[in-house]
Design a binder for this molecule. Structure first.
Ligand SMILES: [Zn+2]
Length: 225
């Protein structure tokens, strides 16, 4: 058992991020979910939005604490965690640099994902996700270990991925960073989708994407002016 109220400010930030996701138009209803790594007095885990609760009704106390070494039977709190807790847990375990995860069924990213298409280097900003493309993980049933395994693999060397016939995942050291990346990925997905209405866009070559990735690293992963 952990101390009475682990990370109260972080709980509030998880709720605020979930609500902002809807306000920004990248999520509708309660299909998405949000998590933040929680290291607290020897507790190694994460906070995650609960299942089946509209964000408008969600309070900080509804956010569920979960250990990294455990499953939903180890959930701490009055609510049950999001049904997608497995990929949140496995991403935090696999990627120590990641502090927050946003998952959403945003319309354009999900449209591409429903066509089993990732987002290639049609635009240089694709590098914001960490590489020369944003992969689309193969389909597996929501909430399963198979889906989690596919997601972790698709995120290798990346900060975001699509999930076939499902949605997208964006990660960052912070909640604000993960939310901002989710907005960027959705924007890129929309641009790519629009380009595909006219034709098949020519892709930037690998050597140019290497230059862009190097510049992004130099700028501390900030969007260049
Ligand atoms: Zn989902």
């Amino acid at each position: 058992m952990i101390a009475a109220d682990p990370g109260p400010a972080l709980r509030a930030a998880v709720v605020a991020t979930a609500r902002e996701m809807n306000a920004l138009g990248i999520n509708r209803g309660k299909s998405g979910n949000v998590s933040a790594r929680l290291a607290h007095e020897g507790f190694a885990g994460y906070l995650i939005t609960p299942t089946g609760l509209p964000y408008a009704e969600m309070e900080a106390d509804d956010v569920v604490a979960m250990p990294l070494a455990g499953d939903d039977r180890d959930a701490i709190g009055a609510r049950l965690p999001s049904s997608e807790w497995r990929f949140h847990r496995d991403i935090f375990v696999a990627r120590p640099e990641i502090g927050a995860i946003v998952h959403t069924h945003s319309p354009f990213a999900t449209t591409l994902a429903c066509l089993d298409r990732g987002i290639p280097a049609f635009h240089y900003m694709i590098a914001i996700a960490g590489g020369s493309d944003i992969r689309c993980a193969p389909y597996a049933t929501f909430g399963t270990q198979a889906l989690s395994d596919h997601a972790v693999a698709a995120l290798a060397g990346r900060r975001a991925c699509l999930l076939a016939h499902h949605g997208m995942i964006a990660t960052a050291p912070s909640l604000q960073g993960a939310l901002a990346l989710a907005v960027e990925v959705e924007t890129l997905a929309e641009m790519y989708w629009r380009a595909l209405q006219v034709g098949e866009p020519r892709l930037l070559p690998d050597d140019e994407m290497r230059v862009v990735l190097e510049k992004f690293a130099t700028y501390g992963q900030q969007r260049p002016a």
